[in-house]
Design a binder for this molecule. Structure first.
Ligand SMILES: [Cu+2]
Length: 506
C-alpha cells in the first residue's frame, strides 16, 4: 500500500484500520523505488519491540523463550575485509557482520521483522540480501540494494518456520556469494525446538582463488574457475582450519549437540558427515519436522540447510567433513568437535584420533604451520639485525614442506618415511633418493613406474606425478623436508632448480 503523504487525522487512520502512519523515508539511491514505511495494523503495532541478538559463527543466539510474536529489529552490516583463508593465504571477503558465514539471526514464527541492511562506507560495491525465510519478490533483494555508506530498510513477516540461508543477490551473484556473502536465519516454530545442551553454527562454501590451494599471498576471485566449478578451496566457516585445534567446537560426554549446518555455495553441494558420530535426529533441508533418525551422511544443497542432533557418548575428537573427501583433505572442508569426559570402553574401547588420516590438519601439520609463523617472525627480526638468514630460510622450507608431506606424500610413504613393505619404498635413508637430487625432484614432478631398488629391496609400482598438484615452491619445500627428516640430511632445494626440471623435455 502507498503511504499517505500527509499525516492523517486519528479518525482517518481509524477509518483505514490503522493506529499510526509513520513519515515516509527519504528516497535512497537504489534501482528500486523507495515506498516509504509500511502502515502496520494495530495488532502488529501492539507487539513488543526487540533488538535481534546476532552471533558470529560457530555461535548461535540463545533459544527464544517468549510465547508470543514480537517486532524484531535486525541491523546487519556489510563490510568488505581482507582476512585469512588459509595459512599464508589472504582474501578480500565480502561479509555480513564481518564474518563468513554472516551473523546468525534467530527469530520466531509470526514475528514481524524490521530489517536494516547497512553497507559500510569503506565498501567498494553495493550489496543487498535475499533471505530465504522471506515471502516476497527476491526474498528482500529488491528492497535492500544498498550503496556504500547507505542503509536500507524493509519489513517482512516470518510466515514459515525453518532454517533458512540468506545471501547477497547483487550481480554478479555467484561472485558476491563466492566472496562470502551468505549466512543462516532460524525461524523457530511457535512451540520452539527441543532443548539441547549445545548449539553450533557451521556453513560450507567454496572459494575460487586465482592461485592453487595453498598458494601464498592475497588471492582474488577467479570467474573462469567459478564457471567451471573448480574451486581450489571448499571450507567450513570461511577458512581452512576455522574449526580445528584451539578453534574446535566442544562438548562434554552425555550432552546433546545440535548443529545448524548450511551451504552458501555458490555451487557445491555438501555430503555432511561427522566421523565417529551418527545423527540421532535429522531435520532434512532445514524443515521443522525431524523426519529421519540414525543418519550417517546428509546431502545439503547449495542455498540449503539442515539441522542435525546427536548425543555424544564417548570422549575424543570427532571430525566434521564434506564426505566428498578430497574437499575435506585437499581443499579444507574439515572441522573438529572435541568431546571431554569419562571414557566408556564398552561403547568404544580404543586408540585416539587417527593422526595420519587427518593429513596436514593433524597435530603434526597444524603444529608445523604454527612453527612456520614463528619462523617467519624470526626471519623478519633476523633480517633487521643480521643478513645471515640462509639457515632460517631452510628451516622454514622444512616446516612448509612438512605440511605438504602431511597433506599428500604421507598416505603412501607414511608419516615416519619408512614406506610400506611390498608397496611403497622408504624415503628415510633412501639410498636411491639421496644419491641424485635431480632424479628425486623428477620422480616427484613426473612420477615413477617400473622396478626401482631402494636400500637393496626392489619395488615395482606406480608413483603418480605431482606436477599438476604442486607449485615449484611446494616441491622445493617438500624435497627440503624429505632430505632433512628421519635422519636424512641435505641442502635446501631452490625453486629455480625445480622449475628447470619441470620444463625439461623428455
Ligand atoms: Cu554483495
Amino acid at each position: 500500500m502507498m503511504p499517505t503523504p500527509n499525516l492523517p487525522t486519528k479518525a482517518a487512520a481509524l477509518l483505514l484500520g490503522l493506529a499510526l502512519v509513520l513519515p515516509a523515508l527519504r528516497a535512497s539511491e537504489g534501482p528500486t523505488e523507495t515506498q516509504g514505511r509500511v502502515n502496520l495494523p494495530p495488532d502488529v503495532l501492539a507487539l513488543p519491540v526487540e533488538q535481534a541478538i546476532l552471533t558470529a559463527p560457530p555461535h548461535v543466539p540463545p533459544p527464544i523463550t517468549r510465547q508470543h510474536a514480537a517486532r524484531v529489529v535486525v541491523h546487519l552490516e556489510v563490510r568488505e575485509e581482507i582476512m585469512r583463508l588459509a595459512d599464508g593465504v589472504e582474501y578480500t571477503f565480502w561479509t555480513y557482520g564481518g564474518t563468513v558465514p554472516g551473523s546468525f539471526i534467530r527469530i520466531r514464527e509470526g514475528d514481524v521483522v524490521e530489517f536494516h541492511l547497512d553497507n559500510h562506507p569503506s565498501s567498494k560495491l553495493p550489496h543487498n540480501i535475499d533471505l530465504h525465510a522471506v515471502t516476497g519478490p527476491g526474498g528482500g533483494a529488491t528492497s535492500t540494494f544498498t550503496a556504500p555508506g547507505h542503509s536500507s530498510q524493509f519489513t517482512f513477516k516470518a510466515l514459515n518456520p525453518g532454517l533458512y540461508v540468506y545471501h547477497c543477490a547483487t550481480a554478479p551473484v555467484p561472485m558476491h556469494i563466492g566472496n562470502g556473502m551468505y549466512g543462516l536465519i532460524l525461524v523457530e516454530p511457535k512451540g520452539g525446538l527441543p532443548k539441547v545442551d549445545r548449539e553450533y553454527y557451521v556453513m560450507q562454501g567454496e572459494f575460487y582463488t586465482t592461485g592453487r590451494y595453498g598458494e601464498e599471498g592475497l588471492q582474488s576471485f577467479d570467474m573462469a574457475k567459478a564457471i567451471d566449478e573448480r574451486p581450489p578451496y571448499v571450507v567450513f566457516n570461511g577458512a581452512v582450519g576455522s574449526l580445528v585445534g584451539d578453534k574446535a567446537v566442544t562438548a562434554k560426554v552425555g550432552e546433546t549437540v545440535r548443529i545448524y549446518f548450511g551451504v552458501g555455495g555458490p555451487n557445491v553441494t555438501s555430503s555432511f558427515h561427522v566421523i565417529g558420530e551418527i545423527f540421532d535426529k535429522l531435520w532434512p533441508e532445514g524443515g521443522t519436522k525431524y523426519v529421519q533418525e540414525n543418519v550417517q551422511t546428509t546431502l545439503v544443497p547449495s542455498g540449503g540447510a539442515t539441522i542435525v542432533e546427536f548425543k555424544v557418548d564417548v570422549p575424543g575428537t570427532f571430525i566434521l567433513v564434506d564426505h566428498s573427501l578430497t574437499r575435506a583433505f585437499n581443499k579444507g572442508a574439515l572441522g573438529m568437535l572435541k568431546v571431554d569426559g569419562a571414557e566408556d570402553r564398552v561403547i568404544y574401547s580404543g586408540k585416539e584420533v587417527d593422526a595420519v588420516y587427518l593429513g596436514s590438519q593433524a597435530e603434526a601439520g597444524s603444529e608445523s604451520s604454527r612453527r612456520e609463523a614463528e619462523l617467519k617472525a624470526k626471519i623478519a627480526a633476523e633480517i633487521r639485525s643480521n643478513p645471515a638468514i640462509a639457515g632460517l630460510t631452510k628451516e622454514m622450507q622444512i616446516e612448509k614442506g612438512k605440511q605438504v608431506y602431511m597433506g599428500l606424500c604421507f598416505a603412501c610413504h607414511q608419516a615416519d618415511g619408512k614406506g610400506l613393505p611390498g608397496a611403497f619404498p622408504p624415503l628415510a635413508n633412501s639410498d636411491y633418493m639421496l644419491a641424485d637430487r635431480d632424479r628425486a625432484v623428477r620422480v616427484v614432478l613426473k612420477g615413477l613406474s617400473g622396478p626401482v631398488t631402494v636400500n637393496g629391496v626392489t619395488f615395482n609400482s606406480v608413483m603418480p606425478p605431482q606436477e599438476a598438484v604442486l607449485t615449484d615452491q611446494q616441491v622445493a619445500d617438500v624435497m627440503t623436508y624429505v632430505f632433512n627428516a628421519w635422519g636424512n640430511s641435505g641442502d635446501a632445494f631452490k625453486v629455480d632448480h625445480v622449475k628447470a626440471i619441470r620444463n625439461e623435455t623428455r
